[in-house]
Structure formats: C-alpha cells, structure tokens
Design a protein around this ligand. Sequence first.
Ligand code: MRU
Length: 348
Amino acid sequence: MEVAGRKYRTVWMEGSSVFMIEQNLLPFEFRILEVKSYAGCCHAITRMTVRGAGAIGAMAGFAMALAFREAPLENFLRYINKAREEIEATRPTARNLFYATERVFNAGLHSREAAYEEARLIADNDADDSRRIGEIGNVLIPHGARVETHCNAGWLAFVDYGTALSPVYVARERGKEVFVYVDETRPRSQGARLTAWELNNAGIPHVIIPDNAGAHLMSLGKIDLVITGADRIAANGDTANKIGTLEKAIAAKEYNIPFYIAAPTSTIDLTCRSGSDIIIEERSPDEVLYQEGPDDNGVTRKILVCSPGSAALNPAFDVTPAKFITGIITEKGLIRPGEDTIKNLLTI
Ligand code: MRU
C-alpha cells in the first residue's frame, strides 16, 4: 500500500535484513525498523512492532530463514530447533506463525537458500491471498454500505492489502461508497490507532466507536455488515480473533446483520477440532491499566488510566462459535463455516 506516495509492505526482507513498519509508533510516527537476526525478529513480534496474523506469519518465516543463516556448522540442528522454539513462543494464538515456521524449517533442511526462498514465497502468497480476499469480499459490499470492523485486519496486519479491510479497499477502487465503523479495540486500541490510520491514509470515510457501542448501533439499523479478521480458525469453523469479536458476532446475529470472517486458508488449523482447542494468549495487565501516547513535545508517555492498585486481566483473543458466522471469506472463495465446507475448501 502507499504511504506519502511510496509503496510499502508491512514487513519485507532484503539480503540478510528484515525491514518492518514500527506499528507501536503509529498513528503518530511512520518509521521503518531493520533487524538482522532471528532474535531481533522475535523481539519485534513480542513487542508487537509487527502484529496481525499474516504479518506475524511472514515475520516468523523470515526469522526462521535468518536462523538457518546464523546456525553454526557444529550443532546446526540444535541451533535451528532452539530458534524454532523461540520463534513459536512469541505469540501463541496466530496460526500463520506456526504455518510459516514449519514451511521454512522443512525447506531449510535442504539448503539455506531454500529457506530464504520459502520465507519470501510465504510473504508473497500472503499479499496475493489478501488481494484475492478483497476481490471476493467486494461482492458482499453493496454501494453505500456501512461496515463495522474490529481490531486491525488491514494491510498493517498482513504483508499487504489485509483481510477484513481488503474488500473495503477493493469496493472503493470499484467506485462504491463505503463507510466504516471502527471499533477502538481496547486495550491496545488497534482499531483506533491502526485501522483509523489506514483508512485515513486511504481516504475512506470512517468513525472510531467505543468497543461497547456496536450493539447499540446495530439496534438502530446503522450497520449493514460486520467483517473481522481471524487469528486461527478451527476445523469446524470456530474462529479466534481479537478480544471483543465474540460479542459483536452475537449482537449481529440478534439483529440479523451478516457477520463475516476474512482470512487466508493459512489461518485454518485442522489440528484444532473446535474453538476450545485454541490456545488464547494472555497479555500483560499493564496493557489494560495504562495507555500510551505522545505528549505535546512528542515524547511517548505511559499513563495509568485505572484505579491505582486494582488488578487487571488481559485475554488477547476470544473464540466466536461457527454458528454466529455468516461466512468465511478466503482467497479460495466464500464458505459457510463447517467441517465439510472447510475440508472441501482445503482440497481446492
Ligand atoms: O494482537 P494483534 O494485534 O496481533 O491481534 C491480531 C489481530 O490483528 C486481530 O485479531 C485481527 O483481527 C486478526 S487478523 C490480522
């Protein structure tokens, strides 16, 4: 996507360096970071410099490729296995991370070059899949539609285009009017900070709403459809996504509003039979208790916004049962979620 007239991907590799957009600084500053080691890639994922299912997957693939480059000849496999464990420990819920480490690990057993090639291919596929999701999802967006989205499943969350926002971008390219209700997505505010920044950058009309406003707006008939991303989709269609997604889906069902998940098939995990098999990442209570942003001098400040001394609980994701999901938009097509439809999709 373009920022200030220049094309960027969220994360990319040049030689033995991995470059990425520093997402913690957005929307206040646009900065590119460079790391040169697998440990640096891990740090970028745990710090959420790079976040979002597809971008994490691409980063994990690059990290694995760098590990093959760094591994000493003696203890080669021990080094690689340890690196893989460390990469996979960075974010447990994002399926794409594990998908990428496995693919690059297997390729790297042939040669270091093969590991690099595979990592590049994963990133390219992620961008292509996202674009295709946009084409397929565009059909679901009528002219003048008002779309609600949760968290950030735009191009910052993938290598390019995004998933939930990709149909919106394509609809706009095709000349449709689209308005987006952006859930702020506490505690880290990926909606208010990242989705809103993306939409501003693309000139798409939108408004940020408090996380608890969705059902109210649905009850007033102000929302035509909901599209969110996914971090992991179980074999039966149950879907893990950013915390707060479940209640949007339940409310949408109550008000007969279509609720779509947009995700590449690389997010599907057949080893999870249902949502109860998905491990939910729990993050630091500080993300709930404090908010961060620049002061008048541009210096980032962290301030307490809760009752001093109170504890906080911070589950990062929830699972929406398949029965609340109208359809899953993938690069291979739109399906109704269910064991058979998902199995069939993966054979295409
Ligand atoms: O914790 P994050 O920001 O990495 O959250 C993941 C997400 O971006 C969302 O859950 C998103 O909707 C999934 S698709 C990228």
